[in-house]
Design a protein around this ligand. Sequence first.
Ligand SMILES: Nc1ncnc2c1ncn2[C@@H]1O[C@H](COP(=O)(O)OP(=O)(O)OP(=O)(O)O)[C@@H](O)[C@H]1O
Length: 338
Amino acid sequence: MTAAVELRDVAKEFPGGTRAVDGVSLSVEAGTVFGVVGHSGAGKSTLLRLVNGLEEPTSGSVLLDGQDISALGERRLRPLRREIGMIFQQFNLFRSRTVLGNVLYPLRLAGTDRAAARARAEETLEFVGLAGHGGRYPEQLSGGQRQRVGIARALATRPKVLLCDEATSALDPQTTGEVLALLGRVNRELGVTILLITHEMEVVRTLCDRVAVMEDGRVVESGEVYEVFARPRHATTAAFVRSERHSEPDAPLLERLRARHPGRLVTLPVADGNPALEGLSELLQLHGVDFTLVHGGVGEVRGRPLGSVTLELRGRPAAVEAVVAGLRVPGPVEAGAR
Ligand SMILES: Nc1ncnc2c1ncn2[C@@H]1O[C@H](COP(=O)(O)OP(=O)(O)OP(=O)(O)O)[C@@H](O)[C@H]1O
């Protein structure tokens, strides 16, 4: 199957020597949502600009629908650009144009005739939940509504791919949820492939099928979202994921828990394919060990359970030791052990 977007060993070096993107390969399958996360300066924006042709790679190739865009001249690139829509953190709407005028703009650029453009723009505004708002100006709208206009404008020409540059970073949590739900519909109902960059794992958790984590211009880890959340392999990924797994106690909380609970503290990850909790009660019974649940929580990522529970184990030291040894937990478990 041809990927909607593919990067093959792409590097981008700016004058002055900054390698903003340094040997990145990734593949976004058509019809999926792919997220790129990373801290400020990791190279995410540059990566997006390489995909929409605003930057040329220093080396490597960028392919859209199997076509290498780095090899195309401006004239042949133009129709391909129409296959790509883009939305921005600060919405980038034309303030002097109405909502309808903003959505009509790319259609006019594409040469769509007046009546067809108007019908398309209105249909798109209805899809994003802004029917009847066409005559308003951006400054008369809330942030969430402005981003909906941004989405309508990006979708007006019916692109196959939507690029999202920190699309929800300027929005409050509730509005973020609404915009993410809309982007989910864009993907599912319109079949649009989405490539987004963000520093918010919440966006990845709710929307993405796959994720790549960037640091210093490189992809340090990538994979299916649940797998990356449940079993992060790189320290940067683990730090991003931890911020979303509020249930895992950090060092200060662990200190407070220890002050309250003199027994052995053990944190067990809860995830699909993690057998730690199965057989726990038998193990406790077998060794005559008591427990108290002192902290934890389990949420959902892509419809699958993810979280952790921290238990205080109490009993004879050798018995507690035997329970800990018997817990079949992959990876770093005993965050709470001492
Ligand atoms: N046009 C440019 N000229 C020179 N250096 C640049 C240019 N654009 C980006 N850089 C540098 O490349 C690196 C990556 O920047 P980039 O904006 O892609 O990162 P980012 O992950 O998107 O960060 P942010 O979220 O802050 O935008 C940074 O060190 C940045 O200063």
